[in-house]
Design a protein around this ligand. Structure first.
Ligand SMILES: Cc1cc2nc3c(=O)[nH]c(=O)nc-3n(C[C@H](O)[C@H](O)[C@H](O)COP(=O)(O)OP(=O)(O)OC[C@H]3O[C@@H](n4cnc5c(N)ncnc54)[C@H](O)[C@@H]3O)c2cc1C
Length: 495
């Protein structure tokens, strides 16, 4: 060991680091205090820590899906962006896989919100996104945030200045770096696009360990390869996220439909004229539990004394349905609307179960056929205490190429089976098989998957088909920015 390395070891020990480096000989980490450091590649001095205790590793082995396990051998809790630069370079030198883990959630309960090991780094290095959790600045039009900040933290901080991100996920306790790496979809997409469409600049660490600032004007190829790029080309460490003025209230309508065609027709009217700020919907049970029906959920944002005209907002929609259920939360209550349900699911033991989620985009013209088939097969137990969201999006609003949706039509529908199976449900494998079947059926109809969720047995052929004409470009970007293929193995895209 060189004198420099020896000094680094001592510095690391002083900072409480329990691991001194990686032994290429026996491919394992060497703990502080080991006598024989021959062949050990000493870790660079870090501002944060690396940890290897079984308890810490366990927190990064699984994810919200609770379906697959991929235990890392070390967890980096970065104390700075430079820590990530150093560890990616270190990983590259020693052919170790490395992935950022969102570790988002609510007080005391942090995890990756992926479903199928997308954030895992089996045998490699997991990075705890919470190490980068600073909101650096908020002004009238943008926020400058670290990747580990959650949308909840940003939404609450921006509210103080009367601002909000224009597109919020339904559940806010997700990391900004995590959703920007997959897309970030929700109810205001038909106006604002996805979260990846509302970012003006990123600071990233590429797979070569280079810290690069990219935007639509600076390194645009990298910018577009990172947004919704599933962590393949770079790790997002900091983002400039757009903000817009926030209304103080939401007028929310729940409209129920027994008939699928009428539901789709009304959804298309609303997405066409954009009369609401928020537009989602669900497949729900009929009140007598005799089958499925549909619920459009739309919201108009406003600030009193302005008062929305309820009659005008519903004009032209079918009246062959029960009276709308109308609520009037504050914008903050609305933005955090999922929190009480999430708390109840945790209390009732549903959070700790496997979650075979699925999310698909289907061209509008094939949606009735596809959803008709889905509801003919779906049982209440298939969703458990979960839900099935189902609503239209304007494909032209989704401008980032790697958020792949059916672009042959101006409107697509997103179907998400957000399954919370009853504790002890015996047939989780059956749900995964069903996911694969629904996925294949959607793809045959020109549909695409959202790269979250649990789709089993995905092959390179599936990914090629998914990305279509983008595949060679994405592959070239991967080879350019991550030439040793160290980043984010859990996505399984370039295996
Ligand atoms: C309760 C719940 C609600 C959800 N609601 C929505 C929703 O409304 N809309 C929606 O779009 N999705 C939603 N999701 C789905 C989706 O799984 C998450 O958006 C996504 O996984 C982000 O979660 P995370 O921050 O924990 O990141 P992770 O799940 O840990 O990461 C997602 C992927 O990105 C990579 N990654 C993470 N951070 C970075 C980074 N900084 N740089 C590069 N790569 C990175 C990871 O390695 C992984 O491959 C929800 C998931 C759950 C469990």
């Amino acid at each position: 060991m060189s004198e420099l390395s020896r000094r680094n070891v001592l510095k690391g020990l002083a900072a409480g680091v329990t691991v001194v480096g990686w032994s290429s000989l026996d491919r394992s980490w060497v703990a502080a205090g080991a006598r024989d450091l021959a062949g050990v590649a000493v870790l660079p001095p870090l501002d944060g820590t690396v940890e290897t205790t079984p308890e810490v590793l366990a927190g990064f082995a699984g994810d919200f899906g609770r379906l697959v396990t991929g235990t890392p051998t070390v967890v980096l809790r970065p104390g700075s962006v430079q820590d990530i630069v150093k560890m990616v370079r270190y990983a590259r030198r020693h052919r170790l896989r490395i992935a950022m883990n969102g570790q988002s959630g609510t007080a005391g309960e942090f995890e990756s919100h992926s479903n199928y090991g997308q954030a895992s780094a089996p045998g490699g290095i997991a990075i705890d996104a919470r190490g980068l959790s600073t909101i650096h600045a908020i002004d009238a039009t943008v926020a400058d945030v670290d990747a580990g900040v959650t949308w909840a933290q940003l939404t609450d901080a921006a509210a103080v200045t009367g601002r909000t991100p224009p597109m919020l996920t339904d559940f806010l306790h997700l990391s900004i770096g995590g959703t920007l790496s997959v897309g970030g979809t929700g109810g205001t997409m038909q106006r604002a696009g996805a979260q990846v469409d509302n970012v003006t600049e990123l600071q990233v660490v590429t797979g070569e360990g280079e810290l690069v600032t990219c935007s639509p004007w600076r390194h645009p190829v990298l910018f577009n390869a990172v947004l919704a790029g599933a962590g393949q080309c770079a790790i997002i460490v900091r983002a400039t996220v757009e903000l817009v003025p926030a209304a103080t209230h939401a007028l929310v309508f729940n409209l129920f439909y027994d008939d699928l065609d009428t539901y789709i027709a009304d959804q298309l009217v609303v997405v066409g004229d954009g009369r609401f700020h928020y537009q989602e919907g669900q497949i729900v049970r009929r009140p007598d539990d005799s089958g499925w029906r549909y619920m459009m959920e739309v919201a108009y944002y406003y600030t009193p004394p302005a008062a929305p005209d309820q009659v005008a907002l519903l004009a032209g929609l079918s009246d062959d349905r029960p009276a709308a259920v109308v609520t009037n939360p504050t914008y903050a209550e609305w933005a955090h609307r999922v929190d009480p349900a999430a708390a109840a699911l945790k209390d009732a033991g549903f959070w700790d179960q496997p979650h075979p989620w699925l999310s698909l985009f289907v061209p509008a013209s094939r949606t009735a056929e596809f959803i008709g088939s889905v509801v003919s097969q779906l049982t209440p137990a298939d969703l458990g205490a979960g839900l099935a969201t189902f609503f239209p999006i304007k494909t032209a609003k989704l401008t980032r190429p790697l958020l792949v949706v059916p672009r042959s039509e101006s409107v697509a529908f997103q179907l998400s089976l957000l399954r919370f199976p009853f504790p002890g449900h015996p047939d989780i494998p059956g749900m995964l098989t069903q996911n694969r079947a629904f996925h294949d059926q959607a793809v045959a109809l020109g549909g695409k998957r959202y790269v979250i969720g649990a789709v089993p047995d995905v092959t390179t052929r599936d990914w090629r088909r998914h990305y279509g004409a983008l595949w060679p470009l994405f592959k070239a970007a991967k080879e350019h920015y991550d030439p040793d293929g160290v980043l984010t193995p859990g996505q399984g895209i370039f295996t």
